[in-house]
Design a protein. Structure first.
Length: 340
């Protein structure tokens, strides 16, 4: 039986890097991927997140010093988290692995910069820089201050005038996960619809699609302050809390949240919990870049399921198994018909 690959092994494996970089990557099952790359699910997920933390753009511009520092910071955080888990096993092995992992990953960083293009963000005085995704796409970004952003499908982010002077202000349409570099002198501010979220350094998710009835702010670590149009008081949202702002009524609620439901998308996890047809259609259209054709029928659904990196066909098969309707894909259109 062959030895399982470690995270470090995967990070210097050209086939694995190419697979992660490919936006139309294979949609094999989790078991198939573990077998293909001879690794555990934990190591596969960790290596994917590290490589995805670098935005392989199309412009062959050399990375700036700010960008190199930010990417290195992100990778070193991943190394530390990985080492903490291994520290619980064998101290001697861990010490050797620590040195090897650092050397391999730093060499890997050089390899990334030498072989793959990287978008140039310029200096912190940038204004009007904008990135957007279409349906079926996601994007990893490193802002000029080193803040990491993962942009969901059908979303847009733009850097506002004066970014990096007294504050760091961005405009968001759609959904994004932020891991903000701490700077108490220059608060980070995200404007999304009627909500203005201010942080000093934390990680959180904002869901603010125009087509949705609410804006959802899920805080993974730290604390954020939210100002909402026509509401005088500032709302504090703490770690592991979810703020929901209902746009039609103006009501706000704060609760706990399910990581899969609010954050799963950034790790390629598609999650449904008692989803009606509108939610199913909206998520699948955005996730896979398809459209739906229902004719005169109005499907009534209540579907729950969790999918990790699977194809649309396999997702539809799962829905078909419990549904009173038939979902069939043809030429990038999902046709929905009532079962006989």
């Amino acid at each position: 039986m062959s030895k399982k690959r470690t995270v470090e092994d995967l990070l210097v494996n050209e086939e694995f890097i190419s697979w992660v970089k490919n936006t139309k990557r294979d949609t094999d099952s989790q078991t198939d991927l573990e077998r293909k790359f001879s690794c555990s699910r934990e190591n596969l997920d960790k290596a994917v997140r590290i490589i995805e933390s670098i935005d392989f753009g199309e412009t062959a511009a050399a990375p700036t010093e700010i960008e190199q520092t930010a990417v290195l910071h992100n990778i070193l955080n991943e190394i530390e988290a990985y080492k903490n888990r291994r520290r619980k096993t064998n101290l001697l092995v861990q010490n050797i692995a620590k040195i090897a992992a650092s050397l391999i990953l730093l060499c890997g960083l050089y390899y990334f910069f030498a072989h793959f293009s990287y978008p140039k963000t310029g200096n912190p005085e940038l204004a009007g820089v904008e990135r957007a995704t279409a349906k079926g796409q996601k994007m990893n970004l490193m802002l000029p201050d080193g803040t990491f952003v993962k942009l969901n499908a059908e979303s847009r982010i733009s850097i506002q005038d004066g970014f990096g002077n007294k504050e760091r202000r961005v405009l968001l349409e759609g959904e994004a996960f932020f891991d903000v570099i701490s700077n108490k002198e220059k608060p980070f501010i995200i404007i999304a619809g009627d909500c203005e979220t201010m942080v000093l350094g934390t990680s959180f998710n904002i869901n603010a699609f125009d087509s949705e009835q609410g804006i959802r702010i899920a805080v993974k670590t730290g604390l954020v302050s939210v100002k909402i149009k026509d509401i005088q008081d500032t709302i504090k949202v703490s770690e592991d809390q979810l703020l929901v702002f209902d746009k039609p009524t103006g009501a706000t609620t704060i609760t706990g949240f399910n990581d899969y439901e609010e954050l799963g998308w950034k790790d390629n996890i598609l999650y449904f919990k008692n989803a009606d047809f509108d939610e199913i259609r909206s998520k699948l259209e955005r996730w896979y870049g398809v459209s739906f054709e229902t004719g005169a029928i109005r499907p009534i659904e209540s579907f729950s399921g969790t999918f990790y990196g699977v194809s649309l066909e396999k997702t539809l098969d799962a829905i078909n198994y419990t549904s009173n309707y038939s979902y069939k894909l043809k030429n990038n259109v999902v046709y929905v018909e009532k079962n006989d």
